[in-house]
Design a protein around this ligand. Sequence first.
Ligand code: FES
Length: 103
Amino acid sequence: MFLRGGSERSQCCASLTNGESGFGACDGIAGIVGDCGGGLTCATCHVMVDEEFLPKTPPMTANEDQMLDFTAMGRQPNSRLSCQLVMQDELEGLTVQIADPQL
Ligand code: FES
């Protein structure tokens, strides 16, 4: 679930079964720009992960860690790039707040 602002919500279409679908790689999620299509070169898919799910997210790579320093909103302790959140069963029901702005 993507949360934007105070009340706008969008469901994610990521498959839980293929193990390759980035959470933020879905089309039509308002507020997720995703210019590079998951290539880890734009940082416009910035989200803040709900604290409950943070320990369940996949480990952050060094490249994602570096890219988070270039987000438009500024990095938060629970920031992730949603294209790097590969869906898995443990993340079912994952809720994130969309960063604003993305550009
Ligand atoms: S879509 Fe570009 S870094 Fe995530």
